[in-house]
Unconditional design. Structure first.
Length: 54
C-alpha cells in the first residue's frame, strides 16, 4: 500500500492564524493594554465567546 500523505490545515490555516495574530497585536496597541490586562483577556475571552455562541 502506498503511504498517504495527510495534511491538516494547510496554507489557509496558516494565513488565518497570521491574520488573527496581527489583529491581536493591533488590539493591544490600540487599546493601550498592559501585560496583566492582556493575560486576563486571553483567559476570559474564550469563555465569553463560548457563552455568546451557545
Amino acid at each position: 500500500m502506498a503511504q498517504e500523505n495527510k495534511r491538516r490545515g494547510g496554507a489557509g490555516s496558516a494565513l488565518a492564524g497570521t491574520i488573527w495574530f496581527i489583529g491581536f497585536l493591533f488590539t493591544i496597541g490600540f487599546a493601550k493594554l498592559v501585560w496583566w490586562q492582556i493575560l486576563f483577556g486571553i483567559v476570559i475571552w474564550p469563555y465569553y465567546l463560548g457563552v455568546a455562541l451557545r
